[in-house]
Design a protein around this ligand. Sequence first.
Ligand code: DGT
Ligand code: CA
Ligand code: CA
Ligand code: ZN
Length: 581
Amino acid sequence: MVTKEQTIALLESISRLLELKGENPFKIRAYTNAARALETFSGNFPDLVAEKHLEELEGIGSAIAKKIEEFVTTGKLGYYDELRGSFPDTLSELFELQGLGAKKIKVLWETLKVKSIADLEAACRDGRVAELPGFGEKTAENLLRSIERRERHSGRHLLSEAAIMMEQILEHFRGHPDVSQISSAGSLRRSKETIGDLDVLIATKNPKSITEFFVTFPLIERVLAKGETKTSVLLRNGMQSDLRVVANHEFPFALAYFTGSKEHNVALRGRALRNGWTLNEYRLGPEPSAKQPPKPIPAIDTEADLYAALGLNFVVPELREATGEIEAAEAGKLPKLVELSNLRGTFHAHTSSTDGRNTLGEMAAAARDLGLQYLGMSDHSKSSFQAHGLSEEKLLQQVKAIQELNAGFNGEFWIFSGVECDILRDGTLDFSDEILSQLDFVVASVHNALTMPEKAMTDRMIRAMENPCVTMLGHPTGRLLLSREPYKIDLNEIVKAAAATKTIIELNANPRRLDMDWRLWRHAKELGVPCSINPDAHSMAGFQDLWFGVQAARKGWLTREDVINCLPRNEVVKILKRKRG
Ligand code: DGT
Ligand code: CA
Ligand code: CA
Ligand code: ZN
């Protein structure tokens, strides 16, 4: 069945193709508007289409409504296939490059016959791109850099984007009579911050029917390989997906094996061997070459049974990275990891007064609708002019507006007033202590002068943390996954300084950031540095990112006791105040 997300992807593809054709802007906008309208529609999508109510959504006209109906009822859209036919398939990969939109791609295609990234690289290198009107040498250089960056991260994708696509695949199989068990596996199931390919595992009595049905998934670009137990496909968004099909009794073994990580699997196999067993993706059996007779093998119906058979407590997929989880599972010392439902509130959100999309009231309502009891607002400070940072005056006005809103909540919800204050080049802050001390909390972040040498950058952040007004350090490394490297800093020193200055470190939940990285949290926890899982929300929908933050915290072995926004309001207040004496 065609889903809302697939329809949105289709509408967006159409608008890009129309732009490439040079169609009039109104027509192009009609498709992007329709995509936006579906994004915000929260009702039942199949019913909306079946009952012919599409046109009632603002932004969808009758022509597009008809196309959506055709796509949803037949799984195809003639108009789209025709449009696609007029361009080479490889042209779509150009859209993956930063700094290149449809207008420029159109020029490159029409004047230089550039139809792939390889063509573009050649045209940048031999100077043809620099000579094009509206391009120039600087643009050609930037494009080369984008191409290099893409190669460096080649084929990896953000967890958030992979997760959406996986939902679509699982949705495709929903209700299929031959599916006995189904699960995602691989790095996605482990909630890694970036994902190579999408691994799907299905247990069935009828592998043929499952494989045939998989290749009818509407978002497939090309089938790469189709076999009895494994099928690989390339999806339209450039991701690859591997489907493995097994028998029901093999499922727990295959699920553990294909979830990985490889290193975790190796450790499991080693433990099996000590009992005289061999473990692979299909079974746990006696090891023929074992010196002693194997121990009896218990019945295994689930992954948990498998861990139990190996003398281990169940290890959740997030922890299967071979960083000591096996030893902890053996000793019964795995931590009880934080869960999304443990969050009582959150910090770090922006409003339309700076670069956010919603008002203070709307952001508060969105946080409250998620069941949170408090929200810490932190718009940008004045030096972040590209993000429309607040002046002192505007900031104090916002503090007043927050007080008024709080008075109306009757204690059922609370907004903390704060700011995301720029850390200036020398480690001083963008606002004076006199201003900052009027706020409930301060997130201090680096937003400019990103290319300092490591020692200078580290000292800069440490100096900021030494200010008693600074409650927490925002996105400590500034990395943007798959697009911008972290600042050069000594994170161990930063974590040490956070402990010494009683500064909280943010786990920025934006799926492009997930900063500070999960690999450092155990160290931070040992030193007693608290974590705050912050959405860095720029719209009401931004609070949804908290899930990614929680998954990253879980990968970092954090429990609810390690995360300050699991505390009720009256207790979190004490933590916010503890540096200020
Ligand atoms: P990715 O796709 O690069 O983000 O990472 P994974 O972990 O999803 O890796 P992938 O897709 O190559 O393979 C899925 C899982 O299958 C992997 O986590 C562990 C298992 N696996 C794959 N190849 C091997 C192998 O050679 N040995 C062992 N022990 N396990 C393997
Ligand atoms: Ca994978
Ligand atoms: Ca794979
Ligand atoms: Zn920021």
